[in-house]
Write a protein that binds this ligand. Structure first.
Ligand code: AMP
Ligand code: ZN
Ligand code: FE
Ligand code: FE
Length: 284
């Protein structure tokens, strides 16, 4: 039987709802052989996940970097998965710290916008809810839910709330700089959900070709935010550009409905990532 490999999951180190220890236990219970922990803009979940690693489970240490492409106006936000990089690389460490701080400032500004419209949400309560992890809109969505202002997380991300009216840009990493930083840190950059039109604007294929030339290694094809046609398009583009292809759940605990292992990565792609990364895969 081929191993079950899920290379995209979030913990309470960012906007997931399971702690890193709970996440690796849940991955084993879900029958996974390999899990990647990929919290937004942080490696804070790595150590607790490794310490709690159940026997038989392998852990790929990674992160999901908040990036932006400035080739269009307004600039397009995008996500870069980075695997098996050196977590002590000073340039990457500094950039991630800068982005996390900018996320806090942006979160607080979103809360001030809500408050200015008479909406009763508290920034300190949202920070407490984030529990020291990377702050994101899902934490603000939880506050809207607790206040009874929306009925579901999906509604909180709709146009009347965090999707548009109360959406502010983050200060993300310029995407070519992010690819370079990850490569210099010995990591493996993979473009997360590159064709997810349902999440917002997407970038042109020409940009993906330029990123491939700059050191991008793979594309995430199988993801819940891609339609079957979008998945096929990503696969074809990856074949053209000689990039590897991944499939993953992007699990967020109860902040999303998707389950661990909902989408999987082929063992060949996994082995290419492992061979290219500077950090060892941890074994339980
Ligand atoms: P941020 O990084 O703060 O801009 O927030 C983006 C995060 O919000 C994504 O990584 C997802 O975890 C989450 N998210 C975005 N859209 C939705 C949605 N429609 N439903 C639930 N979660 C979402
Ligand atoms: Zn997220
Ligand atoms: Fe993402
Ligand atoms: Fe993600």
């Amino acid at each position: 039987m081929s191993p079950r490999i899920d290379l995209h999951a979030h913990s309470t180190a960012s906007d997931g709802t399971l702690t890193p220890a709970e996440l690796v236990r849940a991955a084993a219970e879900a029958g996974l052989d390999v899990l990647a922990i990929t919290d937004h803009d942080t490696t804070a979940g790595w150590e607790p996940a490794v310490r709690a690693l159940p026997s038989g489970l392998r852990l790929v240490r990674g992160a999901e970097l908040s990036c932006r492409w400035y080739g269009e106006e307004p600039a397009v936000p995008l996500h870069l998965l980075a695997y098996l990089f050196d977590p002590d690389d000073p340039d990457l460490v500094a950039e991630l710290a800068r982005v996390r701080l900018a996320r806090e400032e942006r979160g607080e500004r979103i809360v001030r916008l809500l408050q200015a419209d008479g909406i009763d949400v508290s920034w300190s309560e949202i920070l407490t809810g984030a529990g020291g992890g990377t702050v994101g809109r899902p934490h603000i969505a939880q506050a809207l839910l607790r206040a009874g202002l929306v009925a579901t997380t999906t509604e909180a991300f709709g146009p009347d709330w965090l999707g548009e009216r109360y959406r502010l840009p983050k200060e993300d990493i310029e995407v070519f700089r992010a690819v370079r930083l990850v490569r210099v840190a010995g990591g493996v950059p993979v473009f997360a959900h590159p064709r997810a039109t349902r999440r917002g604007r997407i970038v042109p294929d020409e940009l993906i070709a330029d990123l491939a030339a700059a050191g991008l290694v793979g594309l995430e094809a199988d993801h819940e935010d891609h339609s079957p046609a979008e998945r096929a398009h990503v696969r074809a583009l990856a074949a053209d550009l000689d990039l590897l292809v991944t499939g993953s759940s992007d699990f967020h605990g109860t902040h999303k409905t998707v389950r661990l292992g909902a989408f999987l990565t082929d063992v060949e792609a996994y082995e290419r990532i492992v061979a290219a990364g500077v950090t060892e895969v941890a074994s339980g």
